[in-house]
Ligand binder design. Structure first.
Ligand code: MN
Length: 190
């Protein structure tokens, strides 16, 4: 039932987004899971971080986008789980529909939990997840930490760890704006 909110918010006769379904949990919970970030120009431009867990994509809206600079703590607002097929979605959500606007796949790859023997789901449950990303733009360690900022349980911070993939002062969203699937920027989507 974890996609219930996703389905309630959308009319699949009107939006090109995938209806999708929850995939059965993988036999092997070890190893790499899917990671992606969509750039979404809705009422405001933002970035949607999605991380596979238990047959769905756990999702956060990141208003300022991710950073490669460990000094930048980026607000990440937890939103409804999305189906795994959403990871392939680029397109235009029509006016009047939920999230109306344009979407590209800004980065994509895999991730692994980097905690001490805990699964990703367990780390999310405890409000602090350490992960290692293998994307085309984002690589290495990241922490996703629940925060009391704003007094909302849905607010997390996304923070780059200090490692060989950190680039202090580098603005990855400005320097690398395009889709890793189609090479388009978000406003070039039809
Ligand atoms: Mn969004």
């Amino acid at each position: 039932m974890t996609l219930q909110k996703y389905h309630e918010k959308r009319d699949f006769s009107r939006t090109p987004e995938p209806a999708g379904k929850r995939e059965p949990a993988s036999e092997c919970s070890e190893g790499a899971s899917r990671f992606l970030i969509q750039k979404h120009h809705a009422r405001t431009l933002h970035y949607d971080l999605r991380l596979e867990d238990d047959g769905v994509l756990k999702s956060w809206a990141v208003p300022k986008g991710p950073s490669l600079d460990p000094a930048e703590k980026r607000l990440a607002v937890e939103v409804e789980d999305h189906p795994l097929e959403y990871g392939d979605f680029e397109g235009s959500i029509p006016e009047g529909e939920y999230g109306a606007g344009k979407v590209i796949v800004w980065d994509r790859g895999t991730f692994e939990p980097a905690g001490e023997g805990e699964t990703f789901g367990e780390m999310l449950g405890s409000g602090a997840a350490k992960i290692r990303l293998s994307g085309q733009k984002l690589r290495g360690g990241y922490a996703l930490v629940r925060t009391r900022w704003g007094g909302k349980a849905t607010n997390w911070l996304l923070i780059k760890e200090k490692d060989g993939h950190a680039r202090p002062g580098y603005d990855v969203t400005a320097e690398e704006p395009l889709s890793v699937l189609s090479g388009r920027d978000v406003d070039e989507v039809e």
